[in-house]
Design a protein around this ligand. Sequence first.
Ligand code: NAP
Length: 335
Amino acid sequence: MAAVRVGVIGVGMIGQDHIRRLTRVLAGSEVMAVTDSDLARAKSVADSLPAARMHTTGQDLIRDSSVDAVVVASWGASHEEYVLACIAAGKPVFCEKPLATTQEACLRILEAEVAFGRRLVQVGFMRRYDPAYVALKQTLSSGAIGAPLMMHCAHRNPSVPAHYTSDMAITDTTVHEIDVVRWLLDDEIMATSVLTPRRNRRAGELRDPLFVLLEMASGALVDVEVSVNIDYGYDIRGEVVGESGVATLAESNVITVKRSGSFMGHVPVDWRERFIAAYDAEFRAWLDSVEAGVPTGPSTWDGYAAAAVCDAALAALREGRRQLVALQKRPSFYD
Ligand code: NAP
């Protein structure tokens, strides 16, 4: 089978990691072109790859006839322009989250894709490919614990960079739970409240932690603890309470050690370590879907729904009260 010829827009931290994945971990693709607003960075990445040329703009890269499919890993505000250009060119596109930074922009992408007539977009919600979440989903789908009634989640980061804002606790951090609970419970989020517990003194001016409540259309309730200065490690927790049992994400270490009267395991230092297998599986699935011409994975609708919930959660945080999520009717195109 011919390799999928990929172009990468945005070769910062995650863009370079995806290139490593495409060139050194997974078979079946070749990186043919790269670009970045930092042209020196783009040139150095292009020079490190056997077949890649550097383009000075993302639009040039999308037009390049040697590029079959595009990875967008630039900053969020630029995603809409590049994803729309990929749809106009009829090229499959893997867009890192967020699909776009406003729900209106997501809707423009949705309308363009529906007008084009087939799915071209996969959004980078990689948790759907994490083996533990996949096992949780299979357990729920099997009916083993009955209908899901509640889910308790925690998203804990040891620390965050200086530019991180309280809004990013929703748009960059909680957004992963927002997507994964929609997928796990096969349900839409209809309303949200954001409570602000006692502030962590390690958090400076940040509103940290947050306690986010998500109300699902079925009536199930999800709570998400978001703690981004918790020091001890990167810890992702999830427990679904069903009618006749509970299903819980296990600790992510492969061994535990008992010694000197204590019981120990490893806590990942960051999200790269915790989700490395998920990113690999996500890109394997994307390459396979491009090859087969049958898109799978998180869709434009999922990117839009996540953006709409984030907007409502930001309003809930700002105004200190429950907000309804205003979702458009889902086009049957995304069934
Ligand atoms: P990053 O290290 O800052 O890299 C982004 C790169 O894109 C930078 O080199 C930046 O150049 C470049 N860029 C910015 N605007 C551009 C434009 N209009 N056209 C071309 N290049 C542009 O950021 P990152 O951490 O890799 O994040 C990139 C994206 O991935 C974000 O949307 C982020 O939310 C997402 N992400 C997702 C996950 C996940 O778990 N799925 C994890 C991390 C990141 P300058 O430095 O010159 O601005």
